[in-house]
Ligand binder design. Sequence first.
Ligand code: ADP
Ligand code: MG
Length: 457
Amino acid sequence: MTQPGFHDLISDVQLRKAIDALGYEAPTPVQLAAIPAASQGKNLIVSSKTGSGKTAAFLLPAIQAMLARASVNPESTRMLILTPTRELARQIVKNAEQLLKFTSFKVGMVCGGEELKYQKAMLRKNPEVIVGTPGRLAEHVSHKSTEFSGLEFLVLDEADRMLDMGLSEDVLKIANTCRNERQTLLFSATMEQKGLRHLIKQVILGEAEEIYIDDKPNAIVQQMLIADDFKHKEKLLLALLQKADFQKAIIFTNTKVRATQLDNFLRYNKFRVGALHGDITQDQRKVTLDHFRQGRTSILVATDVAARGLDIPGVELVVNIDMAYSGDEYLHRVGRTGRADAEGRAVSMVDAKEWNLTKSIERYLGVTFEVIAMPGLKGKYQGPDKIKSSGKSVGTKKKTAVKDKKAEAKPKVKVRERDKKNIGNRRVPKALTEAPAVDGFAPPKKKISKQLDDGGE
Ligand code: ADP
Ligand code: MG
């Protein structure tokens, strides 16, 4: 039997034309599963790997349904898509506009950092689709400049992040003003955290179908460099960037201060670099990302504002100069490479304070990072003493292109019980110390505390 194509899923002629114009030949597994389910009017909770085409998986069925029927209330927005960052909102606006190219539907964007007045004028024009970040949208809800009483689709992209601390309050405030009979669609590469359930119940009214795509893992080589301290990491980074073969690279730091520091450091060392974090103005953020997309810069230094959803062709290397806070956040950062079946490489720099965290992330993801070294830059720290004295070399070479030990080559859809351990949660220090020891998972005894300074956009 041949695989179903877009013609089996999408009957609208204008929409099919737009899909052709984008060059999409066949639906991806998540599109194959989510489009029919959403077209049947169901609420969905969808989990599928990074870069697997989730955006079209929620846009296509919603657009098709809206094109096929009259609006409930002509004064109201018909589809609302919430995202954690402005950059992701802009990317989704672009994708939606491409798919709506042959229709009369309009898309509006509502994010922080832009004038309220201008956004209110745009909202009065009442575009069918609005994409936005929760903080600014909640402000508009307070000013009564939104109208969601006839809303047909509410989408939370990066849904686990949207229901995370700091964002969920605004998300729920907005959701409460949306039409009760709407369809709610939640999408992310990571939907396993405990504690999400009760929040999901507040945004999804009624029944929901869970779709979990157990697809073949992304081809990302995952490596680590052991470091003494940040100065050492900077030296390792220079050597890595000089040696590595990449079109574009993203370097993740855990704080804005560190991102600025590294931006200056790399600029001083003659790299074409830009920085993206929460303290940079909206205009500058846009310019920085545009330059990176266009290839005018080849390196982006960023905090976790760039970890989620960004789809930038040519990103072949991701460096965690600070290790990610959690297994899930690691997965999103690293997922900026290896998108849509491309190959990628991820290198994490790990010092003594990050050792236990790194081992927990390895266990959570079911991978062993290949330990690599930069010639002439070996540090004093080489991992915990017990590993050194056991005679086992921490430098054991292991090819780790595989991300998920549970993943199989054949895509399949299943309804999943949430029985995963806590390590995937964003707030790692707590999750690490409180997670039960299951499945060979032993939480480290020492608490690792890190400072979080970048909430939301
Ligand atoms: P995700 O949200 O799952 O991380 P995206 O929606 O950002 O993934 O899609 C990743 C890339 O794949 C984008 O560049 C998108 O244009 C492309 N893409 C999506 N669907 C298809 C398809 N059916 N065929 C080819 N490319 C696709
Ligand atoms: Mg996405």
